[in-house]
Design a protein around this ligand. Structure first.
Ligand code: ADP
Ligand code: MG
Length: 809
């Protein structure tokens, strides 16, 4: 097959359209003469049709081609007919439309011979809605049937393929689980040994094939049965009497693809359907990778790859195939990643081409403010501030992620950016995930401003839903008139009609806590049609290879260094029953005049229960340490009360703060050195790491006590990772390993990326960067993919509403 199916259809479409047009023309206008061209076209079309009909094609396409062939044959050169011309034109026309192949590939499984509407519906419910779903459902394993063993060499516990003759067949009545049934069984063997095959179902059909004296090719797992061996539901193939014939011989040594079948689907049926669809439809699939890349890496075509994987040759390297590392795998993985990265690149380009508000970053205010801080910025902080100011100076919106471990000092970086913005008369909004955190940011800011004095001029405000209405109203007024440079708040910032005089920078803290829509709302267009700069901050590091895709449209700044002088935190794991140790540690801490957090998980299903245990615990602790003040904060307290409690703790008036996880993110109290985490087994690894990051922020050593009360293998793995390392990136790697990539990513991408069917961001991380480079390059050259309409369509299918297609034109 030298030409692709698509090329042949295109050629055919051209010649047949001309024929049909001439047929119509000659039928209506006698002056149009027959010409030698007519017979030439006719011959070309006939040849093209024959060629196409000789190929395996979908039934629907085949029928259409056959109809055309019939009409062409019905033509009489001397008596042209207008209706015939029109009929042919109608038949050929759809094949000239772009996307005809996509349409066929999107057909329901009903389009396959032998699949009725009912079954098709059943398949659709299990995720096989379209033919293409079958094509791209790749085998997870390959069974090697190339090596035939002798029956006498069968080993219990192994899969084996062997040839044997049927010696005896019979039906055995059974009672399993109180139900009567009949087992069909066959004793098969060769000259030296025998083995039993059993089928609990489907025996009636098999009995016709498995007949005494026949030779079978048998494949399956060998099990022990009393003193002999047996195979339950093996795969069999009846060999003809003369199985030495070469044609059959070749069939023997096959590698058979094994698919994981969704619940309620027979794996063999699935394999058969996939085989059918590969035969008829694989040829319709086109690749989208740039031709140069395909040539460079010597990649097989998409149809060839599909055939290679679903209908493997008998000489494949099974290990390579199972590792998804064959050239065919590489092609399909790259194709998928390319569409993913194209979408990301488009989204990125979309944002980057929007009008923004350029800030004069050369002004000195931000530098002066940095000097006025009570500490020196780390090199990493300085670099990140530089990267952000660089973005702010451009007339297009920034779209940047600031990643840094707990305590690495992200807030200061954000504030310095706000100072630069304020110096040019712009406003900054900083959105935090909880009221507590917003309040805390606000207090930190106030403190910093006091310390920095003249060096840092910033008018700040706080906006959360639970503030008194009058306060909210006043603040809104000041935002609208531009009397506030930096407003800190919760999602209340994007609810209701908060009007800014000149919003230039939107910052989102701990972005994984927010829905995509909330983030989007904060970076929505301003009334003048320009877009504010966007910065998202996260303390939950993820491995770089994943970050590239999960945050694919963001630029990345990383604070990879902690402020100097931080002592490592001592992490201690205690079990239920070691409560006395906890009390001792608290006593020691209080004795050093340092403060203590005690954190309780708050799981929604048992919210009341957990709240009660937090309350009880605070009472118990208060009794045990009569000279000290104990406070309790939780999500049900109203804002003012919570704020007062936090302030007391911050000022050191409270020694012990018992809290539900509301303190998890970002709280910063430098006098606190002991963190007790109750029911540590219930927390995720990232949460544990965050909580631990709350202590030891001043000069003193911090302690983190995790009290585990039961738990699973996974929770043990989390706790031991906490003991092993304090590095956020290592924690992230461990988290990934414990949870597996699907789950790990699932919670982070929360539907803002399309699902991957073949590629795996971890396994294929090398190909991810390749796909990304190629995709970015392509989008720079052709932002709307107008030169590759089929690819554009494919991206659109994949991404759907996740990309604003009106903006892409
Ligand atoms: P996070 O990155 O977790 O949000 P913060 O911004 O809350 O970290 O900073 C943690 C603590 O470190 C704060 O008390 C902050 O004032 C302090 N800090 C930030 N940068 C430095 C620095 N360069 N040197 C010393 N302390 C710093
Ligand atoms: Mg923070």
């Amino acid at each position: 097959m030298s030409r692709t199916l698509h090329a042949e259809i295109e050629a055919l479409h051209r010649s047949i359209t001309k024929i049909a047009q001439r047929e119509t023309a000659r039928a209506t206008k006698p002056e149009v003469e027959r010409s030698p061209l007519d017979s030439k076209l006719g011959a070309a079309a006939a040849e093209g049709l024959d060629g196409l009909l000789a190929r395996p094609t979908p039934v629907e396409l085949r029928q259409r081609l056959e109809k055309i062939q019939k009409r062409l044959r019905a033509r009489k050169p001397d008596a042209p007919r207008r209706d015939l011309g029109r009929e042919i034109l109608e038949l050929i026309d759809p094949l000239g439309r772009s996307g005809w192949a996509d349409e066929l590939l999107s057909r329901s499984l009903e389009a396959l011979p032998g699949v009725g509407p009912k079954r098709a519906e059943g398949f659709a419910r299990r995720g096989f809605e379209r033919i293409s779903d079958l094509l791209f459902w790749l085998p997870t394993r390959y069974e090697d049937r190339r090596r035939l063993v002798d029956v006498s060499d069968l080993e219990v516990g192994r899969t084996a393929t062997f040839v044997a003759e049927v010696k005896v067949v019979d039906w055995v009545a059974t009672r399993r689980g109180g139900r009567f049934g009949k087992i069909f069984q066959a004793v098969v063997g060769d000259d030296e040994a025998i083995v039993t095959l059993k089928w609990f179902r489907g025996g009636e059909a098999l009995a016709k094939q498995v007949v005494k004296g026949r030779r079978l090719l048998v494949s399956g797992e060998v099990r022990r049965y009393r003193f002999s061996k047996e195979l339950i539901h093996p795969e069999i193939e009846v060999l003809s009497e003369t199985s030495a014939a070469p044609a059959r011989q070749r069939d023997l040594g096959r590698v058979v693809p094994i698919y994981s079948a969704p619940e309620g689907m027979n794996p063999r049926t699935l394999r058969r359907l996939i085989g059918q669809s590969v035969d008829a439809y694989a040829e319709l699939c086109v690749g989208h990778l740039p031709e140069t890349l395909v040539r460079e890496r010597k990649l097989p075509s998409v149809p060839a790859s599909l055939r290679a994987l679903h209908r493997p040759d008998s000489d494949i390297d099974v290990d390579q195939y199972e590792a998804f590392a064959s050239p065919a795998h590489e092609r399909l993985v790259l194709e998928e990643l390319y569409l993913l990265e194209l979408g990301l690149a488009m989204r990125r380009a979309q944002g980057a081409s929007r009008p923004g508000v350029a800030v004069d970053a050369a002004r000195p205010e931000s530098r002066t403010a940095a000097k006025a801080l009570p500490f020196r910025l780390t090199d990493a902080q300085r670099r990140c501030v530089g990267e952000i100011l660089g973005d702010l100076a451009r007339p297009h919106p920034m779209n940047r992620l600031l990643q840094g471990d707990v305590g690495s000092g992200k807030t200061v970086v954000a504030i310095l950016a706000a100072v630069a913005v304020a110096a040019c008369g712009g406003q900054t909004a900083l959105m935090a995930p909880t009221e507590l955190l917003a309040e805390q940011h606000f207090r930190t800011l106030n403190k910093l401003l006091t310390v920095a004095g003249e060096g840092m001029r910033l008018r700040i405000g706080l906006l959360t839903a639970s503030l008194p209405r009058a306060e909210i109203k006043t603040l809104r007024g000041r935002l609208a008139t531009g009397e506030v440079d930096l407003v800190v708040g919760t999602h209340a910032l994007v609810q209701g009609e908060v009007v800014f005089q000149n919003l230039v920078l939107s910052i989102v803290d701990e972005q994984h806590r927010f829905g995509v829509t909330q983030r989007a709302a904060l970076s929505a267009a301003r009334p003048d049609g320009r877009y504010p700069h966007g910065l998202v901050m996260t303390a939950t590091p993820i491995p770089r290879s994943l970050a590239m895709t999960v945050y694919g449209e963001l630029d990345l700044s990383v604070i990879d260094e902690l402020p100097p002088g931080r002592k490592p935190i001592e992490t201690i794991l205690l079990r239920a029953g070691e409560g006395q140790r906890v009390m001792d540690l608290i006593r020691e801490t209080l004795g050093r005049n340092e403060q203590v957090y005690v954190v309780y998980p708050l799981v929604e299903e048992s919210e009341k229960l957990d709240l009660r245990s937090a309350i009880e615990s605070s009472e118990r602790i208060a009794q045990a340490f009569p000279g000290h003040r104990v406070d309790l904060v939780h999500g049900r307290l109203d804002a003012a009360e919570r704020q007062r409690a936090m302030r007391r703790f911050e000022r050191g008036e409270t020694s012990i703060l018992v809290a539900t996880t509301v303190i998890e993110v970002g709280v910063d109290v430098s006098g606190a050195t002991l963190m007790v985490i109750e029911h540590a087994e219930r927390f995720g690894l990232a949460q544990l790491h965050q909580l631990r990051g709350r202590v030891g922020r001043g000069g003193e050593r911090g302690y983190c006590v995790m009290v585990a009360r039961g738990g699973s293998e996974k929770s043990e793995a989390r706790l031991s990772a906490m003991i092993r390392t304090q590095d956020g990136f290592e924690i992230a790697d461990a988290d990934l390993e414990i949870r597996g990539p699907g789950d790990f990513l699932g919670t982070r991408q929360s539907g803002h990326l399309p699902e991957l069917r073949i590629a795996d961001l971890l396994r294929d991380s090398r190909l991810v960067s390749l796909a990304r480079d190629v995709a970015r390059h392509e989008i720079e050259a052709d932002p709307r993919l107008s030169r590759a309409p089929a690819t554009r369509r494919a991206v659109r299918n994949r991404w759907g509403k996740r990309i604003d297609w009106t903006a892409v034109g």
